[in-house]
Design a protein around this ligand. Sequence first.
Ligand code: NAI
Length: 390
Amino acid sequence: MVDIKNVVVVGAGQMGHGIAQMSLLAGYNVTLVDINDDFVNKGWSKIDEGMKKLETKGSLPEGATAAGLMANCKKSSNLASAVKDADIMIEAVVEKMDVKKQVFKTAGDNAPANCILASNTSTMSITDIGKDSGRPDKCIGMHFFNPVPLMRLIEVIHSNNSSDDSVNKGIEFAETIPCLRGKRYVPKVLKDRPGFICNRVTAPAQIYQNYVFDKAAAEGLSWDQLDNDGLGGPMSMTVLADYVGIDVLYHGQMYYSQTLSPDFAPGKVITQMFNEGNLGAKTGQGFRDWTKGRPSPDKSAGKAKLYQLKYPLAIMLNEACRVLEEGIATSWKVIDDTLMAGMNMPGPMASNQKTYQRQVDVLEELVELTGKEYFKPCEMLKSGKWVEMK
Ligand code: NAI
């Protein structure tokens, strides 16, 4: 068992309460921290509710009770004192660099010297977040997926300054965190690059989606028609975008446009909705009207014949090859397993071992179609060297 007893989770929201609950189930003492008692109490009650449900189903660890486990969950709205005897801090506060940096500075100033400081950021640089902590070698990324109890993936990220010891300790710890649906998968992310592995591989498909949204709007096609083109998943394209949140898409695309390529810049349709505050499910209006529950596209509207699944599949293979090219991972199998654990979808690499040359052609066709240079097939893909990197 890893040498960790006391876990401090900062941010008691959607991710923080899930991380805290799973850490309690693993047998750790947990302190849940937020900016005021109200937020802490809300997070604590959600954990309590989750524990009671597991108890009713008989799913708690042998001999454990919900009340017993919750007795190990302290509450605090004072980070400086909460980290006094912490072995690891996991930060899950809002996705804002200055807020995260301040949390790392306060924790760095007050936690014991050997305490690891981990961030659950989904996009930002761990190197930057940990810069002012006074212990950049102890700062790592620990990226959980939503919902934490059910999604198997935890990416552990090596920043430019993390020591190998800190990363290995983070991995050992993450592997002890239970998952209610199968065994945790904890890949080591070797470089601190935008989107890490899972989000990075899928991110550029958004460039193609923006192209499709904007073209459909320009041609006067309806969202129903576009949705009828089919996305290959349980939710249609515009419903999924609304569900994720137009603001989340917008901010993510802005971030990738500044860090990876200007081609990621939000398209006209997304920008307009963002500016008008039509953010999707959370505001009741996005592409769709959500005021009467989850909308279902009108199947009788016919197809737009715009969106083609072959493109995102080729895009993901190309991006997975870039992940290898940049040394973020060194094995295509790790990338495939990461996608399966984080998104419940098969990664692009096992299925393209022999047919990748065809994807090179598809990507070149896509550059021609959209004018987006980012879709150019990378050297790693074209050379086929990635096939050897098992
Ligand atoms: P959330 O909005 O549900 O929760 C954030 C919490 O942080 C709020 O309770 C807020 O009061 C608290 N907070 C803000 N400033 C604080 C401070 N200085 N000290 C202590 N608490 C503070 O957000 P969510 O969705 O839980 O996201 C948290 C982090 O996890 C973000 O970095 C996000 O990018 C990342 N993440 C989110 C995923 C998602 O699907 N929601 C998936 C993976 C990562």
